[in-house]
Design a protein around this ligand. Structure first.
Ligand code: SAM
Ligand code: SF4
Ligand code: SF4
Length: 331
């Protein structure tokens, strides 16, 4: 595990692998309107390379792998990747927009996947169309029900954008009355080309205020967060589901960060906000030892958000505009 321990003593046992830069949705907060320059196919990791690199990380101490994207399910060889990674001694999981997930229920079960994170930013079909630029609201809602019926634990990721869906906070919490999901409100983060500005941010404290305007303090229970959790979890007593805040902008979780990311073109990102990527794929293809590179990437990790110590750092676009778009990071 030494190679995956950074200079602040944080051990990185959680690897997030982006399988593709492509997506079947076009969420405005994730992807610039004009799209992103896609890596040539030859520069993307093949299924064999994903497995081999993942295996190396597991040998170094990784115990959890999340598949993400773009949209991981649009990759043609998704099934093969899933099946091969399921042979590794890790907790395997996935973040998806769920549009296509009904096609993979059997395979996800066989791979031992228990929890699935699904993105859903609104409970209104027309708003869904405006944020995703696509018409798949009904499919996503149906597939969330299907996943629950098939016994998966479902976490719903909802990026809050002021003036767009912040009025739905209460509706989403009410949705957990009968739906046994974990509803996670994510603070809108700035990335290249996503038109972020601070006025669009709905901060954790504002989310809680909306909740407590509707429910009394005694109706809401603070749940115990699990170790390395990036969310603060709550529940309305008696409801089937729970809700949580992921406050990467106003109150980040960097102290206990155990995450490292591998992009679809085989680069390590040691932090969501880091521009300094380390290419593993090219040296790996050349037969070189990549262990020193992994070590170097981990040791270069900053204590907080790639050096953006306070939320004031978000006032200067220079601090984040050179970062990839979220679609090419994977969350
Ligand atoms: N396509 C899959 C999905 O949407 O779940 C996986 C990839 S997506 C990039 C992973 C997560 O990143 C999603 O939950 C999405 O809501 C979140 N995300 C994308 N852009 C974001 C932003 N600007 N701020 C906060 N979260 C963002
Ligand atoms: Fe695609 Fe996910 Fe980004 Fe939306 S958030 S554009 S579904 S990668
Ligand atoms: Fe980890 Fe970077 Fe996220 Fe902080 S901002 S929790 S260091 S990935």
């Amino acid at each position: 595990m030494e190679a995956l321990k950074d200079t602040f003593g944080r051990a990185h046992n959680y690897l997030r692998i982006s399988l593709t830069e492509r997506c079947n949705l076009r969420c405005t907060y994730c992807m610039p309107e004009h799209g992103i320059p896609l890596s040539p196919r030859a520069q993307l990791m093949t299924a064999d390379e994903i497995f081999a690199l993942a295996q190396q990380f597991v040998e170094l101490g990784v115990t959890k792998i999340r598949l993400t994207g773009g949209e991981p399910l649009v990759r043609k060889d998704f099934e093969e990747i899933l099946s091969r990674l399921s042979g590794l001694p890790v907790e395997l999981t996935i973040t998806t927009n769920a549009v296509l997930i009904d096609r993979y229920i059997t395979q996800l079960k066989s791979a031992g996947i228990k929890t699935i994170n699904v993105s859903l930013d609104t409970l209104h079909p027309e708003k869904f169309r405006s944020i995703t630029r696509r018409d798949d609201f009904a499919a996503v809602k149906r597939n969330i029900k299907l996943l629950l019926a098939e016994g998966f634990k479902v976490k719903i990721n909802c990026v809050l954008i002021k003036g767009f869906n912040d009025e739905e906070i209460v509706d989403f919490v009410a949705y957990t009355e009968t739906m046994p999901v974990s509803m996670r409100f994510i603070e809108f983060m700035p990335f290249d080309g996503n038109r972020w500005n601070k006025d669009k941010l709905v901060a954790e404290q504002e989310i809680l205020k909306s909740v407590f305007d509707r429910w009394t303090v005694s109706q809401v229970e603070r749940l115990t967060d699990s170790m390395n959790d990036t969310s603060r979890n709550y529940k309305v007593k008696g409801y089937a589901g729970s809700f949580a805040m992921i406050s990467t902008v106003t109150n980040p979780f960097c102290d206990t960060c155990n995450r490292i990311r591998l992009t679809a073109n085989g680069r390590i990102k040691n932090c969501l906000f880091s521009n300094a990527e380390v290419d593993l794929l090219t040296p790996f293809r050349a037969g070189q030892d990549i262990l020193p590179l992994i070590n170097q990437a981990v040791k270069a990790k900053f204590a907080v958000r790639a050096g953006m110590k306070s939320d004031e750092s978000f006032s200067d676009p220079e601090n984040y505009n050179n970062n990839r778009s979220m679609i090419a990071i994977g969350g």
